[in-house]
Design a protein around this ligand. Sequence first.
Ligand SMILES: NC(=O)C1=CN([C@@H]2O[C@H](COP(=O)(O)OP(=O)(O)OC[C@H]3O[C@@H](n4cnc5c(N)ncnc54)[C@H](OP(=O)(O)O)[C@@H]3O)[C@@H](O)[C@H]2O)C=CC1
Ligand SMILES: CC(=O)[C@@H](O)[C@H](O)COP(=O)(O)O
Ligand SMILES: [Mn+2]
Length: 382
Amino acid sequence: MKKIILLGATGSIGQQTLDVIRANPDSFRLVAMSFGENIELGLKAVHEFKPELVAVKNREIYDQIRLNIPSNCQLTYGHDGLCETAAYHKGEIVVNAVIGSVGLIPTLKAIEAKKTVALANKETLVTAGQIVTDYARKHNVQILPVDSEHSAIFQCLNGEKKESVERLILTASGGSFRDKSRNELKHVTVKEALNHPNWSMGAKITIDSATMMNKGLEVIEAHWLFSVSYDQIDVLLHKESVIHSMVEFHDGSIIAQLGTPDMKIPIQYALTYPNRIPSYESERLDLTKYGQLHFEKIDFDRYRCLKFAFDSGKIGGTMPAVLNAANEVAVNAFLEDKIPFLKIEELVERALEEHAPLFNPTLEDIQEADGRTRQFVQSLIN
Ligand SMILES: NC(=O)C1=CN([C@@H]2O[C@H](COP(=O)(O)OP(=O)(O)OC[C@H]3O[C@@H](n4cnc5c(N)ncnc54)[C@H](OP(=O)(O)O)[C@@H]3O)[C@@H](O)[C@H]2O)C=CC1
Ligand SMILES: CC(=O)[C@@H](O)[C@H](O)COP(=O)(O)O
Ligand SMILES: [Mn+2]
């Protein structure tokens, strides 16, 4: 029985993690969880799974629910509460499914407490990849990818020697606007942007898919997870999202991982690794239904955010943290209908131009750069 801590239980990954736990009561037990502001879904999970510790986003939510939780459940709140939950002594594996760079410190706390980390929160590695991976090595803790592309690559690399790897090939669906020209992007709506062709996901990552920033963040995530240089990472447009990613080896072989676009599969793999257990709920891939799979070269002028991400990753230091912070603020403003879609990439570009990167940054340097960028981008929006 694996004891699980789930951060971000009310989100898209969080809810699918609960589906996996629910379907496998003999394999998993939820011992602690966090959620933000979604009281309805949060309380539902608390009453169903009966975790011993629960963290909510702030004191206000805490006050609203404290009389509605089971008496043997301890309730906490705020960023400190999230970190306390990440390090809860009875947990063995922490699924980090919160959104944004707010997930960084809880990841470090989980590592410090020697928990295996099943990482969905890609912003953790984008913001502070060097610090997080060094910390995991120091504490002898494994970071297992949940993100579908990284889970695919992790599976393709199983049993292989690192020296044999020629390149990683991340597949990209192209997102909700893949069939639109840049000119047509000028007037797209939030509702259209949220309509991902293949995956059902939270709002922020769905917009990131539409700008291709998601793939950019994933390139940086892959660099840190698999210790490969940026020149060894390629992105390939693959509109069906059936091949979740591939690895090319230096003998010319390419190994790919395939499956239906269902996050429960990589979530479950991270929870059971190195074993596999049957997943009865996920639809099986029937390639005859597709008939054909399509692949196209990426146009970096069309998907400028992907170019920004490669460039920021190569520069390194505080640059990827700035890329991420600017993107978080810009996407939020787009979701609130305050800026048009194409303004997202423009704001990210402005933030990158403005920033003089610091190399070998401390955690404080990164937090400073993150905070300053948020203010800068917010001031441009205002
Ligand atoms: N969704 C997917 O299919 C995939 C997601 N990912 C990655 O996984 C992560 C989660 O994505 P997704 O599930 O889509 O996101 P969602 O927006 O659906 O969920 C985010 C979760 O984080 C909580 N949360 C938000 N802000 C805070 C905060 N300030 N403090 C504490 N908790 C907070 C939310 O709580 P509440 O809603 O209660 O306010 C919710 O539980 C992201 O990093 C994303 O890139 C990676 C691959 C696929
Ligand atoms: C499910 C998952 O891992 C997402 O990150 C997904 O990859 C989004 O798809 P695209 O970014 O390829 O549109
Ligand atoms: Mn992904």
